[in-house]
Design a protein around this ligand. Structure first.
Ligand code: HEC
Ligand code: HEC
Length: 315
């Protein structure tokens, strides 16, 4: 291509003219730009040589790079760092009772953070995130709320630990064979009245309650017995459906009674099932306790001197 020049400026052009008078000049790009281009070309070569880059013909083989870097090694180094931090706490809590962990602010803080994943993986499906409960429309709460101070089996750290270790399965017999429909209706109305603080207004139902097996499990004061997880019937907290129909159903068919219409309430046994290690169960007990509803244990657990670290500011 012979050299052409722009008529006005005299600059060299490609000879191509756009739109009648727009000429293509042949100016070099600016120097900074050319330097940048050269630098990136060098960078590519260095990068290719340093990091794993080119696949090699042999199966599963590749040029490993002179830097000896690999993503796996980098991840291992990172998780090693995390394990080192966690290991310090894990080693300490391995030998402590849940009550002693609770008495150590540093460890409790650690468990409050690390227990979240454990709880999410193993418990939240039934108890809801942070123990707020999961409601089923038909049957009421699927599993008890864990972040309040109402406990079927007790809210001391040792009670909670026992619950998670061994599981729980409250049993209330069915009454459709032992009580008439009228009696079931009466006693259901009495139980609802109790929860509203006007138990005495349901004399007929009260008479049924006092003269049947209700007293044996729920107590004459109807406040429940921790040893068998029988519900406190005098509070406003309903585990199952608290409507008249719902309460009648609970009374007629029972809980875990074997009756096909019984309400089902099974807290799995996490230790025997081998699902969780001892440490994990302890951590979960502390984690659940710290939802806020945990009850004080007497006497307070002794803390070995070296674990009694100063409290960290709550976040
Ligand atoms: C399959 C569902 C299910 C799973 C999973 C489950 N729970 Fe439960 N949990 C229950 C039921 C149902 C009850 C009530 C048992 C009863 O009424 O007798 C219960 C009871 C409890 C209680 C006693 C509450 C009270 O009022 O005394 C605690 C504490 C508890 N669960 C903690 C946990 C923890 C921690 C986990 C995870 C490791 C967990 N649960 C996993 C269903 C479940
Ligand atoms: C064998 C022991 C037993 C007997 C007898 C018994 N209960 Fe229960 N009852 C329980 C247990 C245990 C629970 C708690 C079940 C659970 O949450 O796991 C319960 C739960 C209930 C509930 C549900 C409370 C809620 O929060 O939803 C009601 C209502 C109730 N009982 C009423 C009665 C009445 C009325 C009688 C007498 C006719 C009676 N029970 C007899 C053991 C018993």
């Amino acid at each position: 291509m012979s050299e052409k020049h722009d008529e006005v400026s005299g600059a060299t052009t490609t000879g191509h003219v756009w739109d009648e008078d727009l000429a293509d000049f042949t100016n070099q790009p600016p120097r900074w730009w050319m330097l940048g281009l050269a630098a990136s070309a060098i960078w590519v070569v260095v990068y290719w040589l340093y990091y794993p880059s080119v696949p090699l013909p042999a199966a599963n083989s590749y040029f490993k790079g002179v830097g000896n870097w690999s993503a796996i090694r980098e991840m291992e180094a990172d998780t090693g760092e995390v394990d080192a931090v966690r290991g310090k706490y894990e080693n300490k809590l391995k030998d402590l009772t849940p009550a002693a962990i609770l008495a150590d602010n540093d460890l409790t803080e650690y468990v409050k953070r690390s227990g979240k994943v454990l709880f999410g993986d193993n418990c939240a499906g039934c108890h809801g995130t942070n123990g707020v409960g999961v409601k089923s429309k038909k049957d009421g709460l699927f599993a008890p709320v864990l972040n309040d101070d109402d406990w079927l089996y007790g809210g001391k750290i040792s009670d909670i630990h026992t619950t998670i270790t061994g599981g729980r399965q409250g049993m209330m017999v069915a009454h459709h064979d032992t009580l008439s429909e009228q009696q079931i209706d009466d006693v259901a109305k009495y139980v609802i009245a109790l929860s509203e603080g006007r138990g005495d207004s349901e004399a007929a139902g009260k008479a049924v309650f006092m003269s049947s097996d209700c007293v044996g499990c729920h107590g004459a004061d109807a406040k429940g017995m921790q040893a068998m997880g029988s519900a406190n019937l005098t509070d406003k907290i309903w585990r199952f459906d608290g409507s008249l129909e719902g309460v009648k159903r609970t009374i007629a068919y029972g809980v875990n009674s074997g009756d096909p219409k019984a309400r089902i309430a099974i807290m799995p046994n996490f230790k025997e099932a081998g699902k969780l290690s001892e440490s994990d169960i302890k951590k979960l007990a502390v984690y659940v306790y710290k939802f806020g509803g945990g009850q004080a244990e007497t006497p307070p657990a002794a803390v070995p001197a070296e674990t009694a670290a100063p409290a960290k500011a709550a976040k």
